[in-house]
Ligand binder design. Structure first.
Ligand SMILES: [Zn+2]
Length: 264
């Protein structure tokens, strides 16, 4: 294990453009429950999961109705969002902080995350692509502009009877989180592909990367790209796509790698 940590630190330093792909594994260490495990969010709230499956079609068919229900405290959409609220309140763990530190040292160029919790940004990472959107943000469905919670006064828009909210470009605004059945936003898809093509080192942290289209990112990388996996268990990438697996918790391994990079 120590040998692999040394090897990863040396590979990171040698590489010219390094990106990290992160998934649920890095967030569960911040106490965020998974979705389908025994204590998973959907396992414990099957009616919320059913609602989550309907959301995208509901939004497309009737954005005004969607927003009215979303802002109605008794409505099933606000109930779903309050169940998901635990995700937005979590705090970053040592794994997030180590990646932010590597970026500051100029050793990590970009993070592409499947997580919607915003924990990389909370830890201080700057160049983060949120593949599935962010839970505390909104997005224009036409120009893809993102809006923070404080940029959009939803209660005021509701009071004035102007729902759904519209972007300056005229596009209707939706929650940024990518719903079931919703395509990945085009800007995110394009930027992620470019990063995957460009990198000569890819760190895969806390994800088995089996859900497409995210799973296509490791496959898009140049064959010469060094792919390092940090996961609790071997995954379908192990021995096929990744050059080596450092098995264990991202919250323990990433800080060790960052420490080692500093010493070299
Ligand atoms: Zn717009």
């Amino acid at each position: 294990m120590e040998d692999l940590i040394q090897r990863a630190a040396e590979d990171l330093i040698k590489a010219r453009y390094r990106i990290a792909l992160t998934g649920a594994g890095i967030s569960t260490e911040s106490g965020i429950p998974d979705f389908r495990g025994p204590d998973g969010i959907w396992t414990k709230n099957p009616e919320a999961e059913m609602k989550a499956y309907e959301l995208y079609n509901q939004f497309k068919a009737d954005p005004k109705g969607y927003w009215e229900e979303r802002l109605d405290p008794q409505g099933s959409i606000s109930r779903l969002f309050s169940i998901l609220g635990v995700i937005g309140e979590a705090q970053p763990n040592p794994g997030h902080h180590a990646l932010a530190e590597l970026e500051k040292m100029g050793i990590l160029n970009c993070i592409i995350t499947q997580n919607v919790d915003g924990l990389h940004q909370k830890a201080g990472s700057k160049n983060v692509i949120e593949y599935h959107g962010g839970i505390n943000k909104f997005r224009c469905m036409v120009c893809n502009r993102r809006f923070g919670k404080d940029e959009l006064n939803l209660e005021k828009i509701k009071m004035e009877g102007k729902l759904p909210p519209y972007c300056q470009c005229g596009g209707v605004i939706k929650d940024d989180g990518v719903f079931f059945g919703e395509p990945i936003p085009s800007d995110v898809l394009g930027r992620s592909q470019k990063e995957a093509w460009k990198c000569d080192l890819m760190l895969i942290c806390g994800t088995s990367a089996v859900v497409y289209p995210f799973a296509s990112l490791p496959e898009m990388a140049n064959p010469a790209t060094t792919i390092i996996e940090i996961n609790a268990e071997p995954t379908p990438l192990t021995g096929r796509i990744s050059d080596y697996l450092i098995q264990g918790k991202t919250g323990e391994i990433l800080p060790k790698i960052a420490e080692r990079v500093k010493k070299i």
